[in-house]
Write a new protein. Structure first.
Length: 550
């Protein structure tokens, strides 16, 4: 049994038996003490109960500890410490048995079922289809894909979705921009739109359309030509975005188009529902939603005085459609300029009758490319944006994904190109991959020496501090995966993998794995194979390769 799960069950049994809590499910936090000498896990449950029970936390902790009936083969020691913490230390036998569980579960090690097969939809990237994906899109693609992997790993039924904003002014400007460059290529005059799209990719699109359509579009009236070029350019850009994302290892289950919502008047149905619930009113010729009644800082316009639906109204319809398709949990990844938009969407969904906690948003902050200590400000070919495809060509998929995943999403990211292109252990992704490759080399060498890996080993021989520390680090992995999913913090995973690689390298520096001591060799091969399994699982969760040689 998982040691953490075992302790939770025992603590819950005592708390309920002593009538310290009600019978319903309670959250019992177990954390690893910052100082290893304090034990392997600690709980602050006594401190949390102190105000409710009006007793000193240490007294509560002592009562809990006296009533715990702990299996000595699992927990070797437990004590009350500090203001009322209960510290636990697992037995060495438990750790050795748990090491075999790592091997037994293999690729499933780290996975759990607390998601209870709830249908979860994560929407990410969703960049405007008016140009190539940029480096912020690359960060969003990484974070979204890793989160989806994490949600799957903890038992959700997860789907990935890309929302295509293929309606409105921005795509019309795209068609006009391409049309201007197309006519320019034919030596004909057509003014470039004031807020049009620049960059070499617009000329590329115009040239592709000229090769595909010839000069026929030139005889169309401006409106007809703009409409045609909008459609053609849109499809070409979407195809390019899909290709770039596929190269990056990201594939979506659905590309949902805004135009389909508008065509079906889904946004007008939202108006009817909100009106029937009494959440709409008219002011200054516009129609307003009473979003301030649901926690938003002010009410919001849904239909302008000109009778035009706002983007907010269409966005409400889109999120409503997600629920209507049977999803119970919605997660969105948005850019930093959408931070103030979160509460109004939550307000609308709550007004429509959906639980507030069923919709969450993670903000993906800005990315700065740094080269030679300076910020890279200009793309080679796309005008002001730096393309995602350029970054993939420059540093590769594995490096890009690791760098994007290892920083908290709420923090801006300085992406160090010099470090990213450094193929040494100074590069964090190579450091982790090298640990995996080194283990594969050890296992290969063992086979060549006539000592192949076998699960039949005397693990009691693993007594060195570096060996036990490595086992303990391996067993942290399921908790890392669970918390990364629960708190929307994928950065926990690359941080852990670097720690695991460092722990393995320290073990390897102090101990020879393959030696003339046959039984000790067998035991250490089990330990290094367990480490390889966890490294491979973690890298796979990040969408990064686990090379066997480097």
């Amino acid at each position: 049994m998982n040691g953490e799960q075992y302790l939770r069950e025992q603590l819950r049994r005592v708390l309920q038996a002593q009538a310290l809590v009600a019978d319903e499910e309670i959250e019992i936090a177990l954390e690893r003490p910052k100082v290893a000498e304090h034990g392997d896990l600690a709980t602050n449950v006594a401190l949390l109960l102190a105000s409710k029970l009006r007793r000193k936390p240490r007294d509560i902790a002592n009562d809990i500890l006296q009533n715990l009936q702990l299996d000595a083969t699992i927990v070797s020691h437990a004590e009350v410490a500090g203001a009322g913490f209960i510290n636990f230390r697992f037995s060495e036998g438990y750790f050795r048995r748990a090491l075999m569980d790592v091997l037994g579960q293999g690729k499933d090690f780290g996975r759990s079922k607390w998601g209870n097969k709830k249908r979860l939809l994560i929407e990410f990237v969703s960049a405007n289809p008016t140009g190539p994906l940029n480096i912020v899109s690359a960060r969003a693609a990484t974070v979204g894909d890793v989160l989806a992997n994490l949600f799957d790993a903890v038992g959700f039924e997860t789907r990935r979705e890309y929302y295509v904003n293929d309606a409105g002014r921005q795509v019309r400007l795209l068609g006009m921009s391409v049309s201007s460059r197309y006519m320019e290529r034919l030596g004909k005059s057509e003014s470039f739109p004031e807020e049009g799209y620049h960059g070499e990719y617009i000329r590329d699109l115009a040239n592709e359309i000229l090769d595909q359509e010839g000069e026929k579009p030139a005889i169309l009236g401006p409106e007809a030509r703009w409409a045609k070029f909008t459609e053609l350019a849109l499809e070409k850009i979407l195809a390019a975005q899909q290709d770039t994302l596929a190269r990056f290892g990201v594939r979506f289950d659905n590309w949902f188009r805004e135009s389909s919502l508008r065509a079906g008047n889904a946004h007008l149905e939202v108006l009817k529902v909100l009106e029937a619930k009494g959440y709409l009113y008219e002011k200054d010729g516009a129609r307003w939603f009473k979003s301030s009644e649901f926690g938003d800082e002010k009410d919001r316009v849904l239909v302008t005085r000109d009778g035009e639906p706002t983007y907010f109204l269409v966005d409400i319809a889109y999120h409503l459609a997600k629920y209507q398709r049977g999803f119970e949990m919605l997660y969105d990844l948005w850019g930093p300029d959408h931070h103030g938009y979160i509460e109004r969407v939550k307000a609308a969904l709550e007004a429509l009758g959906y639980p507030r906690g069923s919709f969450e948003v993670n903000i993906i902050q800005q990315v700065n490319l740094i080269e030679g200590g300076e910020v890279v400000k200009m793309s080679k070919r796309a005008g002001k944006i730096i393309e995602m495809a350029e970054l993939i060509d420059e540093v590769g998929v594995d490096v890009a994904r690791f760098f994007f995943a290892e920083r908290r999403t709420q923090s801006p990211l300085d992406f160090d190109l010099d470090l990213a292109k450094n193929a040494s252990e100074e590069n964090p992704v190579y450091y982790v991959q090298y640990a995996h490759a080194r283990i594969c080399n050890i296992l290969k060498f063992a086979r060549e020496q006539g000592q192949p890996f076998s699960e039949q080993a005397e693990l009691d021989l693993l007594t060195a501090p570096e060996e036990m520390t490595l086992i303990k680090k391996l067993l942290e992995y399921p908790d890392v995966v669970s918390k990364a999913a629960r708190y929307l913090e994928p950065h926990r995973l690359p941080t852990y993998l670097q720690e695991l690689a460092a722990t393995f390298h320290r073990f390897y520096h102090h101990h020879q794995v393959v030696s003339s001591a046959v039984e000790l060799t067998k035991a250490r091969l089990v330990l290094v194979e367990g480490t390889r399994v966890v490294l491979a699982n973690g890298l796979a969760m990040l969408g990064i390769s686990a090379p066997e040689r480097m």
